[in-house]
Design a protein around this ligand. Structure first.
Ligand SMILES: NC(=O)c1ccc[n+]([C@@H]2O[C@H](COP(=O)([O-])OP(=O)(O)OC[C@H]3O[C@@H](n4cnc5c(N)ncnc54)[C@H](OP(=O)(O)O)[C@@H]3O)[C@@H](O)[C@H]2O)c1
Length: 239
């Protein structure tokens, strides 16, 4: 697939993995819309990217838990660029606590954003992706196949997302829509209130590495689909 001039919607593109994917796509000549919850944050990031990639970057403020905002994002993208080729369902959050301490509010937020949020962005995009024989990539996690203490909500959301993406892949391949779930280990991002440090987080996967993985996936021959991709730091501390 020649990816130049392809358009993409990335949920949660204001920082971290979503921003890394946006920058990798823009560097390859793609047109990208990023989303995030706050208009001011989205506008700031778009302004920065615009300096290098004017005309190829749009922003849309909206919460993935609101299907109307996801439909509005797709409409705004298509108003500008006429078609949607790629959806990256990336937005996600985590709350980590023992099941005894995990609150209903935390449980609901993780499930609403990480699972229902993906459902919403997918539902909003399918009619457009059918027209372009497009591509949906969900950002799951190694927490979607490895469980751990204090991980009930996050594990449930990511195990669920891996299952969701694989079933969706079977539903959509008759339309030549490809679906892949990427399952990263530790990535140097702002996830869970972390502030990435160049030195301390050097062993982790960097957001631009996931960006490279995404653009490589998009370039695979039409006949071939890596449907589930695990990716981890090569040398985590202590190994
Ligand atoms: N970091 C890791 O080690 C790691 C490993 C495996 C998988 N992941 C997954 O990677 C994805 C991205 O996380 P990250 O590590 O890049 O974290 P991050 O640096 O905290 O970025 C999260 C992004 O999601 C957006 N977001 C959060 N809730 C949202 C909502 N309700 N609606 C719209 N946007 C929302 C944030 O935008 P605003 O804050 O501007 O709203 C931000 O752009 C998540 O699904 C996460 O589970 C991360």
């Amino acid at each position: 697939m020649d990816i130049q001039e392809k358009t993409a919607l990335i949920t949660g593109g204001t920082k971290g993995i979503g921003l890394g994917i946006a920058e990798a796509m823009l560097a390859q000549g793609m047109k990208v819309m990023i989303t995030g919850r706050k208009k001011t944050t989205v506008n700031e990031v778009v302004k920065k990217l615009n300096k290098k990639y004017a005309g190829n970057i749009l922003g849309h403020a909206g919460d993935v838990t609101d299907i109307k905002s996801q439909k509005a994002a797709v409409s705004a993208l298509k108003k500008e660029w006429k078609k949607l080729d790629v959806l990256i369902a990336n937005a996600g959050v985590g709350h980590f606590a023992s099941i005894e301490d995990l609150t209903s509010k935390q449980w609901n937020e993780v499930i609403d954003v990480n699972l229902t949020g993906v459902f919403n962005s997918v539902k909003a995009s399918i009619p457009s992706l059918k027209k372009t024989q497009g591509y949906i990539i969900t950002i799951a996690s190694l927490a979607g196949c490895n469980f751990f203490a204090r991980g009930t909500a996050y594990n449930a959301s990511k195990f669920g997302l891996v299952g969701f993406t694989q079933a969706m892949m079977l539903d959509l391949r008759p339309y030549d829509i490809k679906c892949t779930t990427i399952m990263p280990g530790s990535v140097a991002t702002y996830f869970n209130d972390h502030t990435p440090s160049k030195k301390k987080d050097a062993w982790k996967i960097q957001p631009e590495d996931i960006g490279q993985m995404v653009t490589d996936l998009l370039k695979m021959p039409a006949r071939t689909l890596p449907s589930k991709v695990e990716v981890r730091p090569s040398r985590p501390p202590g190994s």
